[in-house]
Design a protein around this ligand. Structure first.
Ligand SMILES: *[C@@H]1O[C@H](CO)[C@@H](O)[C@H](O)[C@H]1NC(C)=O
Ligand SMILES: *[C@@H]1O[C@H](CO)[C@@H](O)[C@H](O)[C@H]1NC(C)=O
Ligand SMILES: *[C@@H]1O[C@H](CO)[C@@H](O)[C@H](O)[C@H]1NC(C)=O
Ligand SMILES: *[C@@H]1O[C@H](CO)[C@@H](O)[C@H](O)[C@H]1NC(C)=O
Ligand SMILES: *[C@@H]1O[C@H](CO)[C@@H](O)[C@H](O)[C@H]1NC(C)=O
Length: 756
């Protein structure tokens, strides 16, 4: 019992514990991106297979010892930009496969060796931007035998000791942020051995020392970032490159102040240096700054130079003629004008002879002056994007080696045959071109997105084109035929155009992609219909066009056929069910209904006699003599005699019924078949068949089986059922009695009154 209670307790505790852990809602099978979800606790592991967990930009403060239970497969754990100040000694103990741990930009005031004890696989560790002043008690990184990159330091970091790096032997990259470093234990960095890439962020001088050590310890690439320094310090730094094995030197995000007591390096031995990068260097008094001839000794030897976003406005010809080794020159995002570029190229007379790639993107150029590059026999790539050219000259003189030209975002409204015929890759995106039809026989890649083209360029001009990017234009359609115009096209990116979602277009786009030679390279769902209106804004893949829109002729033929069929069917049904007959009757009935009713006294006849022509013998021989000639005379209405010639027979009948006291039907088989149809309908209006008014008198000349009466004559059937009728007797003795009954049925009371 006790045990059970205990178990329950444990279970409950476990339940409440795990339910208090938040869930991360953006997990893939093996990775969770729980960044920016306001988490204050580490979420529970959705599965044991998670290898990547991103918890950056949350509200974590404390990491407990069981927070990573269930994350045993984790390789990458990112917890940057939280508020972590405490991490339990055992927190990472189960993460033996962890390769990357990012704890940057938290509030760690102390670093503990316990955290790293079990992280045998760790290769990348980022501890930047915390508040610790020293790297723990020493030997912090001893267990991290595989560590390749180490980022450490922060605003409060003061002290680098020799023991801090003991045990680290595979380090390739170090980023050290030590703007307030006070004490540097000599040789600390040197004992690590050669580091490929070191980035140091320090205020200069007085902390030049670590760099000196690094440069002597065999590091190949070194970067200085986030610093404020004087021009003199910068030169001193370059001086330090002398005699080192450094191949790449970077200054990035630096504010450089002018100081006038600088000296040029006298002897600079930097034959190992291959690449110099100056990026985002802010020189507040740049306009008083001497042209970069102070860098001449450096630029003379290097093969690759980037001076990006440094407010540079001139390199005089006297300097650039010295840069004969330079193969790659990136001067993007500076203040170069046409004149400055012309000066730098010595007006095209042959400076920068080895140049392979020139990047002058995002400067202040306004004219494409190809003559400047004409003598550069090795020039293959020119990036002139982001300038303001408006149009290209009618003819140009490019070096025949040119293969890559970037003229994107240059406000071009027109391009001419100025484009070099030798081009392999051309970028004309984000201009205002409405046509593009320049023949470029070797072109393989054309980027022309963000223009105003209405149709794809003529494939015949570009026999080698393999990649075409033409998004955000005014294209209306694509089809297999158009694409087959290109002999070698493999990949097409054409989304966000103004497509007319016709049937052919939709069918082409939604057909099996494996049937096309050309693959759609961009996101299929951003192919959006611009018209027809009903489909505007819809993705081509979601459009469902009706058969009418897609097979108009066929659909209309089918519709017409269907209509004809229905008409025939209706006609057939009318014929079968005597609809025309009913209609005719309704018409008559309606007309009769509008006629004023006759008063009793106006009745002209005693009886209207309706009979079939076949029975006229009986009527002539028996009925007329007996009723009209015998006393008292009855006045009969006979159609032969009393109908107005020429009038419609039905009108006559109605009229006769109206004007007669009784209606006499002489019923025989002939009558039913030939005559009755004239009367069948709702005749209540004529006082016929009315239960109260006995206006109808039926004389049955021969016995009739009621079932033989056609179904449509439902009235007759009913009348025969509900009413007694006079039967013409076979027995002659019965005949007087028959006449007597008939007279009684016909006689009008008033007539009786007047007659007697
Ligand atoms: C996190 O909290 C902030 C302010 O409390 C709020 O603006 C933001 O929308 C929240 N973000 C999430 C993902 O809940
Ligand atoms: C860091 O460690 C020192 C000495 O071990 C201790 O005095 C201090 O309180 C610790 N600071 C924090 C924030 O834990
Ligand atoms: C530069 O490299 C060479 C050969 O790899 C080596 O002998 C020399 O000691 C290195 N120099 C420095 C300063 O590390
Ligand atoms: C030229 O510089 C721009 C901006 O820095 C960059 O985007 C572009 O890729 C560079 N071009 C080449 C050919 O390297
Ligand atoms: C052309 O330059 C623009 C802007 O610098 C850049 O984004 C683009 O990638 C370049 N094009 C190619 C094909 O490299």
């Amino acid at each position: 019992m006790k045990l059970l209670t205990y178990l329950m307790f444990v279970l409950l505790m476990h339940q409440s514990f795990s339910s208090s852990r938040p869930q991360c809602h953006s997990c893939e099978p093996t990775s969770c991106d729980c960044s920016r979800q306001n988490l204050s606790d580490v979420p529970a592991a959705p599965s044991k297979l998670i290898t990547e967990l991103d918890l950056s930009f949350n509200m974590l403060k404390t990491i407990g010892n069981s927070d990573f239970d269930g994350y045993a497969s984790l390789r990458s754990l990112i917890m940057s930009n939280n508020k972590i100040s405490t991490i339990h000694e055992q927190a990472f103990v189960k993460l033996a496969t962890l390769e990357k741990l990012d704890l940057s930009f938290n509030r760690l005031g102390n670093l503990s060796a316990g955290w790293f004890k079990n992280l045998y696989s760790l290769q990348h560790l980022n501890l930047l931007g915390n508040t610790y002043t020293v790297l723990g008690q020493g030997n912090l990184f001893e267990p991290l035998k595989r560590l390749k990159s180490l980022f450490f330091g922060g605003p409060n970091f003061q002290n680098l000791r020799k023991s801090d790096f003991s045990g680290l032997s595979h380090l390739e990259e170090v980023v050290f942020d030590g703007p307030n470093l006070e004490d540097y234990g000599e040789g600390s960095l040197r004992q690590i051995g050669p580091i490929q890439f070191v980035t140091l962020s320090l205020y200069f001088p007085p902390q030049m020392l670590p760099f000196h050590v690094v440069s002597e310890s065999g590091t190949r690439r070194i970067a200085f970032k986030n610093m404020i320094m004087t021009f003199a310090a910068c030169l001193a730094l370059i001086n330090q490159l002398s005699d080192s094995n450094i191949t790449m030197f970077t200054l990035e995000d630096i504010t450089l102040f002018l100081s006038f007591e600088f000296f040029f390096p006298t002897r600079l031995n930097i034959q190992h240096l291959e690449e110099a990068v100056f990026k985002n260097i802010d020189i507040p008094q740049f306009y008083t700054f001497p042209a970069p001839n102070f860098l001449e000794p450096l630029l003379k030897v290097v093969r690759r130079v980037s001076i990006v976003n440094c407010k540079m406005f001139a390199i005089p010809c006297e300097s650039s003629v010295l840069f004969s080794q330079m193969e790659y020159l990136d001067l993007s995002e500076n203040y170069l004008t046409d004149l400055a570029l012309s000066k730098m190229m010595c007006d095209g007379k042959g400076a920068l002879q080895s140049l392979h790639t020139l990047n002058v993107s995002r400067n202040h150029l306004m004219v494409i002056n190809s003559r400047l590059f004409n003598k550069l026999e090795k020039l293959e790539n020119i990036d002139m994007s982001g300038n303001t050219f408006d149009s290209t000259p009618e003819s140009c003189y490019w070096p025949p080696s040119l293969q890559f030209l970037n003229l994107s975002s240059s406000r071009l409204t027109k391009v001419t045959a100025c484009l070099p015929v030798s081009l392999r890759i051309l970028d004309l995106s984000h201009n205002a071109l409405t046509v593009f039809n320049i023949e470029l026989p070797f072109l393989t890649d054309l980027y022309i997105s963000g223009n105003k083209l209405h149709c794809l360029p003529d494939g015949g001009f570009y026999p080698h084109l393999a990649v075409l990017s033409i998004q955000n234009n005014d294209l209306h359609t694509l089809s297999r035929d158009i694409l087959n115009g290109y002999d070698n096209l493999k990949s097409l990116e054409a989304s966000s155009d103004t497509y007319v979602c016709s049937c052919d277009f939709v069918a082409f786009m939604t057909s099996d992609p494996t049937n096309h030679r050309v693959t759609i390279g961009d996101e299929f769902k951003s192919y959006i219909c611009d018209s027809p209106d009903a489909e505007r804004g819809e993705s081509v893949g979601d459009v469902r066009l009706s058969v009418f829109e897609c097979h108009t002729a066929l659909a209309f033929s089918l519709l017409c056929l269907a209509i004809v069929a229905v008409i025939l069917l209706i006609a057939g049904l009318c014929f079968k069910f005597n609809v025309l007959w009913y209609l005719k009757m309704t018409w008559t009935w309606l007309r009769a209904k509008r006629k004023p009713k006759l008063k009793k006294g106006e009745l002209e006849f005693d009886a209207f006699v309706s009979y079939s022509e076949m029975d006229s013998g009986w009527v002539d021989a028996h009925l007329i003599p007996e009723l009209e000639q015998a006393e008292p005379h009855l006045r009969l209405c006979l159609h032969k005699r009393d109908f107005i010639p020429g009038g419609w027979i039905l009108d006559n009948i109605m009229d006769a019924i109206e004007r007669s006291h009784r209606t006499l039907f002489v019923i025989s088989k002939h009558f039913v078949m030939s005559e009755w149809c004239k009367y069948e309908l709702d005749y209540t209006h004529f006082r016929l068949f009315d239960h109260n008014e006995d206006t109808v008198v039926l004389i049955l000349l021969e016995p009739i089986d009621k079932d033989s009466i056609p179904k449509k004559f439902c009235k007759l059937r009913r009348v025969m059922n509900s009413r007694t009728y006079l039967e013409w007797p076979d027995d002659d003795n019965q005949i007087p009695r028959f006449w007597q009954s008939l007279r009684t049925a016909i006689m009008r009371p008033e007539t009786d009154d007047t007659n007697f």
